[in-house]
Write a protein that binds this ligand. Structure first.
Ligand code: NAD
Ligand code: 0WE
Length: 258
């Protein structure tokens, strides 16, 4: 198991115990990392605080990733707690209007197109920029985001989220180039369907799991803990020369053409 003793991290995107961000955080905490967390809003605050207490988090604070002020504040708060340094940043945030994940992509209105890209893609750029000086002070760092195959191929109903993931995937590459000069790595995990809060409300999710079981080389679906293990690798020093890449945790589904 990767060693995160002495590492300090900031995790964006825990909503509940099923969140992919939580599976990643548990893994880092088990390895000895100290973790600060942000949550989206009051509706989930109590639950997130209770979870984060179980890993002795020194900081749990609200952050709407549409706000540059919020992002800058939480990174500054993490900096204060961690002596001006930060080693790890986990970005596990996405949102599109529910109605845009149902009908035709063609019908996506302008305002909701930009909202989905703002929350799901630009937020990584803003968080990386805010974290850059703290990671530079630490002598380097590792940034990880969560993506999905729907950013590379048309997955029915993924729609504007697919366009947002395409922007996110490209942002990973450009951030890797910029921040590589400061020994800061930027990578993504592309996960197959996992039954989280964001996934459960999607009509046809059981059908997607059935398709994975039939067509993926390993003929089984994945768990959030599988993502946690891959994320821990990319965030660890074992991946010291790995940046700008995507690691697929999808039972091999992405390798197939039919
Ligand atoms: P989740 O609902 O547990 O996590 C999504 C998080 O985004 C929540 O914590 C939510 O509060 C946060 N969020 C949404 N809008 C926000 C905003 N404006 N400000 C701050 N936070 C905001 O679901 P999840 O499945 O764990 O999703 C995490 C990431 O994994 C997402 O990027 C998602 O696209 C990606 N992903 C999920 C799957 C899957 O099948 N579940 C597969 C591949 C990739
Ligand atoms: O990235 C995701 C889901 C992200 C998501 C989920 C929701 C549901 C609730 C973003 N915004 C919202 N908005 C809501 O109101 N995944 C990779 C999981 C997912 O979602 C799909 C999928 C898969 C897989 C939607 C359609 C088709 C496939």
């Amino acid at each position: 198991m990767a060693d995160f003793a002495g590492k300090r991290g900031l995790v964006l995107g825990v909503a509940n115990k099923r969140s992919i961000a939580w599976a990643i955080a548990k893994r880092l905490a088990d390895g000895g990392a100290q973790l600060a967390f942000t949550y989206q809003g009051e509706r989930i605050e109590a639950g997130v605080r209770e979870l984060c207490g179980t890993v002795d988090s020194p900081l749990v604070t609200v952050c709407d990733v549409r706000s540059d002020d919020d992002i800058e504040r939480v990174v500054a708060e993490a900096g204060e707690i961690f002596g001006g340094e930060l080693d790890l940043l986990v970005h596990s945030v996405a949102f599109a209007a529910a109605e845009d994940l149902e009908g035709r992509f063609t019908d996506t209105p302008r305002d909701r197109f930009w909202m989905a890209l703002d929350v799901s893609a630009y937020s990584l750029v803003a968080a990386a920029r805010a974290a850059e000086p703290l990671m530079e002070a630490a002598g380097g760092g590792s940034i990880l985001t969560m993506t999905y195959l729907g950013g590379e191929r048309a997955v029915p109903h993924y729609n504007v989220m697919g366009v947002a993931k395409a922007a996110l995937d490209s942002s990973v590459q450009y951030l890797a180039w910029d921040l590589g000069a400061k020994n800061i790595r930027v990578n993504a995990v592309s996960a197959g369907p996992v039954r989280t809060l964001a996934a459960r409300s999607i009509a046809g999710f059981p059908t997607m799991e059935a398709i994975v079981e039939e067509r993926a080389p390993l003929r089984r679906h994945i768990s959030a803990d599988d993502v946690g293990a891959a994320a821990a690798y990319l965030l660890s020093d074992d991946a010291r020369n790995v940046t700008g890449t995507t690691l697929y945790v999808d039972s091999g589904y992405h390798a197939m053409g039919m």
